[in-house]
Design a protein around this ligand. Structure first.
Ligand code: 9D3
Length: 255
């Protein structure tokens, strides 16, 4: 897979490939990352890429021309069709379904906004989709582009090695992950849940499923609503609630 990123901070974006899974995947040739600085196509002595907003107001707006020139250079570098994504606060919040779709494409071009935003005409004429990282304020689109790249690369065949946790990842299934424990068996007076020490595989899987359902119910009811648990999961969730109530000894605020 090939990523082309239009950014005023290429070193920042390139660092996504410098560590861990994404670094190994790059070394294996599973993907290529190319950054394009629109400043190269800026105007005047300072190679400006931004100007004041029409209608007035604070901040600056990224101009059409340098961004369009960068996208033209991307198409010239490799004529294969690239889907063009812009990372903006107005985009839909990124999710695993979108990442899965991107990871199936041969090429992705990512446009990172800075300043107050991007000239709307660039978004209308050159960009296929707008995505955001969520409802909080970042300084620009770079971290969002890096998130897209990281999330895609881990889905590329061969990126994760053989135990392939990608297919088991919680969001693939729409549930939060269950808790994890490792040695030692007791830490600060807290023991590992005994179910995990039995070596009884079916019992362990049942415990993990129950904890995953319970945590999703507590922390992300929006995810659970979309999943619509079947009768077996509903029973596990009931069991979780009972255990929760007993453990709280009547100290639960809501029930
Ligand atoms: C005053 C209105 N703000 C828009 C919500 C101004 C503004 C804030 C932040 C304009 C641009 C930015 C820069 N942010 C991004 O480019 C960005 C972003 C984000 O801020 N949050 C979540 N995802 C993303 S993707 C790109």
């Amino acid at each position: 897979m090939r990523f082309d990123v239009v950014t005023l901070f290429p070193e920042l974006v390139e660092s996504v490939g410098a560590f861990g899974v994404t670094r190994r995947a790059a070394e294996q040739g599973l993907y290529e990352l190319h950054c394009w600085n629109p400043r190269r196509w800026g105007s005047g002595a300072h190679q400006a890429v931004d100007d004041r907003p029409y209608g007035g107001g604070p901040g600056m707006v990224m101009q059409y021309e340098p961004l369009a020139a960068a996208l033209a250079a991307i198409r010239e570098a490799d004529p294969g069709p690239a889907r063009v994504i812009a990372l903006t606060p107005q985009g839909r919040p990124l999710d695993q379904a979108a990442v899965r779709r991107f990871a199936g494409l041969p090429r992705l071009a990512l446009v990172c906004g800075r300043y107050e935003g991007i000239d709307e005409r660039l978004l209308e004429s050159e960009v296929d989709e707008e995505w955001s990282l969520g409802d909080y304020v970042l300084s620009g689109g770079e971290l969002a582009a890096m998130a897209v790249i990281d999330a895609c690369v881990r889905l590329l065949p061969g990126a994760l090695g053989h135990d392939d946790s990608a297919t088991q990842d919680s969001f693939t299934e729409g549930l939060l992950d269950c808790p994890h424990y490792t040695r030692p068996e007791v830490v600060a007076g807290r023991a590992v849940p005994p179910e995990l020490l039995t070596g009884h595989h079916a019992q362990i899987e049942r415990w993990r499923r129950r904890e995953a359902l319970g945590r999703t119910w507590e922390r992300r009811p929006d995810l659970l609503a979309r999943l619509a648990p079947g009768p077996e999961d509903a029973a596990l969730l009931d069991e979780y609630r009972c255990l929760r109530r007993d453990a709280a000894g009547g100290r639960n605020g809501d029930d």
